[in-house]
Design a protein around this ligand. Structure first.
Ligand code: 3H9
Length: 703
């Protein structure tokens, strides 16, 4: 049982003790009920306080248990709350740090609640594709009012306890403690007072008995449904949250509770909830590297140097400045520095204008920036990130110089997106300090950081980067060295399929629309136009030397020969009106594709959206499987995080590997075998990766 029981004078204290966040798993639920039973049987005990040990009151139901028999094993959370409500002695929740989901629902079942200031209060189930399933949708509106409660439930956002305590007519907290330190003392006082009041014969207060109404019930819920429907799109949970709160406002408590229970059960079975729960764990798992334990001490990074003031260098610098870490930015020419700093200022100023950044914070960020033309000025930096032109000779020259000037123990990072980090490390005398930090453009916005572990990268260097990534609010995923690492190696196959689909009869617009309907933020052709089609062109030229025989559609090269590099040249796969980003299908491009097909002797055929989506998504899955079996990625969920955070894969589908698991790997392998029959495609590529074939045969999954 993971709850402690102690008696202090005439008050019993039940402390949940299930680190890290007192998730309400079976053993904890059992521990609480056991404590309540003991307290009930002990004549000395006049009142009961429930609290949590460690860094949370409770983070809610134990998400690990979902889908397992333990989640259903009695006492479930409803039964725990029922026991509390039926307690003849007053039960007081003493809330601190975090009370979320089932944790808050537990507190709402108590007779009284006291909270420490600064506690984060939330019903965040919607973020897991669920709704509160232990009375939260019925009780929160009764203590905060329908509108406030619905806002919290639909958004899942946490609100500080002191803010909620200030809300007019709120009945959530009976008391706000003076401080976290005095919480338990004040909770015991409150418990003793409640016991004394109760001894006079008063009934114990229950949230379920409070009224729940909205003055314009029908109109309000119609408005709420319309608003939520417009934004929730591919997520079923938010609308169900509205239904459940509407039940609270229109039905008897028990009937509302039954509605909530039914909706909770339905949502638990949706693929969207499975995906969001997967993402929750995948995100946390990404920061864990199997052989780098918590005993590995990260290095201290007080000042960072960035080589290159281009778009990348500037964006990377902004991340550190925004996190309060001083940056020294180096360029070879003053004009380049001035230009780069100018763009950084523009980016910050745009955020100030939109009200997303305060002027004084912007000033503080810029005050942390030093610029220089001299490598000598990097001597005091603890880490340097190179963000120069993507060319091995150029990068190696920079690293030779860095090896000369940087202090011992400084981390030398490269922002390469495809090049061999081992070869870069090899030109230094300290390959153990060299690591890849692949930021995604725009680097100050995109959440993904691919951390490239070279053969000799030291463990404490990796540990340092993982800590820094958290500080600059990135999701870091570790990859081993290969051409393109995880993300770009996979995207190459995806883009290649886009090309084949066009060769065979689809238009770029058709391909983009099909995959965008599947949920991608952007199809491969719009993505090419945004990133610059010349980048892929350069990579294909390099590949042609390194891997001769790799098959591509010729249309992308023809496009580049026409100078259509994308948005930056006002023309790519699409036409663009000056100053606009809206893609307009291009006659010139369609004619070029038509001619190419004729030259290749291809009779175009009608291609279904299903085929487009299948070939694009499964190309990611097959390459992902190879990446996994080669050990380039540590786990399938890391690949999912790369695609969710860096490549616009739809979050409600959980990433390519999770999606394949949901479809069933047998079905995925069958589809690949079908694609391999297509003479215009790459039959060798479509052989299911051995790992995929084995998992499919064994009826297993990637994750
Ligand atoms: C629910 O309650 C359903 C009910 O309505 C109905 C039931 C019938 N369970 O985020 P962190 C782990 S649904 C299990 O890095 P932070 C997490 O995996 C639940 N484990 O820390 C990680 O483990 P590890 C509704 C959980 O300080 C560790 O704790 N509740 C849970 O930045 C640290 O996590 C939620 O959705 C959990 N509920 O933030 C709350 N929560 O170290 C989700 C966390 O092995 N949780 N873990 O990787 C959060 O929002 C944050 O974790 C929290 C702490 C704010 C609590």
């Amino acid at each position: 049982m993971t709850a402690e029981y102690k008696v202090q004078g005439d008050v019993a204290v039940i402390s949940m003790n299930n680190p890290p966040v007192n998730g309400l798993g079976y053993a904890t639920r059992l521990g609480i009920v056991d404590g309540l039973n003991k307290a009930s049987a002990d004549a000395k005990v006049k009142a009961i306080v429930i609290t949590g040990l460690g860094k949370a009151f409770s983070g809610g139901a134990d998400i690990h248990e979902f889908g397992t028999p333990k989640a259903l094993q009695q006492p479930n959370l409803l039964a725990v709350i029922d026991t509390i409500e039926h307690s003849a002695k007053p039960v007081i929740a003493a809330i601190h740090s975090v009370a979320m989901g089932g944790g808050l629902e537990l507190a709402l079942g108590c007779h009284y609640r006291i909270a420490a200031p600064g506690a984060q209060i939330a019903l965040p189930e919607v973020k897991l594709g669920l709704l509160p399933g232990a009375g939260g949708t019925q009780r929160l509106p009764r203590v905060l009012g329908v509108e406030n409660a619905l806002n919290m439930i639909v958004s899942g956002q946490a609100v500080k306890s002191e803010m909620l305590a200030m809300a007019p007519r709120q009945k959530l907290f009976d008391k706000l403690a003076k401080s976290a330190d005095s919480l338990m003392e004040e909770a015991i006082e409150l418990a003793q007072k409640a016991a004394a009041d109760h001894a006079k014969g008063g009934a114990l207060p229950l949230v379920r008995n409070l009224p729940c109404k909205h003055p314009q019930n029908d109109a309000y819920f119609e408005f709420a449904r319309n608003t939520v429907e417009a934004t929730a799109k591919n997520y079923p949970a938010p609308l169900k949250c509205v239904d459940a709160v509407a039940a609270a406002a229109t039905k008897k408590f028990e009937d509302g509770l039954a509605t909530e229970r039914q909706l909770f059960g339905q949502l638990m079975l949706t693929p969207e909830s499975a995906a969001l729960r997967h993402v929750f764990f995948a995100q946390r798992a990404a920061s864990k590297i199997p052989d780098v334990g918590s005993d590995v001490k990260p290095r201290d990074v007080k000042r960072v140097a960035v080589i290159g003031a281009g778009t990348m260098g500037g964006g990377i610098s902004m991340n550190f400045l925004s996190a309060g870490i001083p940056v020294t930015m180096l360029e070879v020419k003053q004009e380049a520095l001035d230009h780069g700093v100018g763009i950084m200022r523009k980016n910050y100023e745009a955020r100030v204008k939109k009200g997303k950044l305060k002027q004084d914070k912007y000033d503080a960020c810029m005050a942390l920036l030093k610029t220089t033309l001299s490598y000598d000025d990097l001597k005091d930096c603890d880490m340097v990130i190179e963000a120069v032109f993507e060319n091995m000779d150029v990068k190696q020259a920079v690293f030779k110089k860095l090896d000369e000037v940087m202090k011992p123990g400084a981390i030398l990072a490269t922002n390469t997106s495809t090049l061999d980090v081992n070869q870069i490390a090899a030109v230094t005398k300290r390959p153990q300090d060299v690591v890849g930090t692949h930021f995604f453009s725009p680097a100050n916005v995109m959440k993904l950081l691919e951390v490239v572990r070279a053969d000799k990268t030291a463990k404490d260097v990796l540990a340092t980067i993982m800590v820094l990534a958290k500080k600059i609010k990135k999701t870091a995923v570790v990859a081993r060295v290969c051409d393109g690492f995880i993300g770009n190696r996979m995207v190459e196959q995806y883009v290649r399929q886009g090309g084949f689909l066009v060769d065979e009869g689809a238009t770029p617009e058709q391909v983009d629309k099909a995959i965008e309907k599947f949920g991608f933020a952007m199809g491969p052709f719009r993505m090419g136009d945004l990133a610059g089609n010349d980048i892929g062109w350069a990579i294909r030229k390099r590949r042609a030397q390194e891997h001769p025989g790799m098959k591509y559609s010729g249309t992308a090269d023809l496009l580049c020969e026409m100078g259509r590099f994308g948005q930056k040249t006002g023309a790519g796969w699409y036409d663009y009106q000056p100053g606009q980003r809206k893609p307009v299908p291009s006659k010139v491009v369609l004619d070029m594709i038509d001619k190419y097909r004729k030259d290749q002797g291809v009779t175009p055929r009608k291609i279904s959206s299903e085929e487009i989506v299948g070939r694009l998504v499964y190309s990611l899955v097959n390459e992902g499987a190879r990446i996994l079996e080669e050990g380039i990625a540590n786990k399938a969920s890391d690949i999912d995080m790369v695609y969710l955070m860096g490549y616009g894969f739809p979050v409600w589908r959980g990433g390519p590997m999770h999606y394949a698991d949901q479809v069933g790997l047998f079905n995925v392998a069958q589809a690949m075998n079908r694609f391999a029959q297509n003479p215009r495609d790459d039959a060798k590529f479509w052989q299911p990766a051995p790992l995929l074939a084995k998992l499919a045969a064994d009826g297993k999954t990637f994750n």
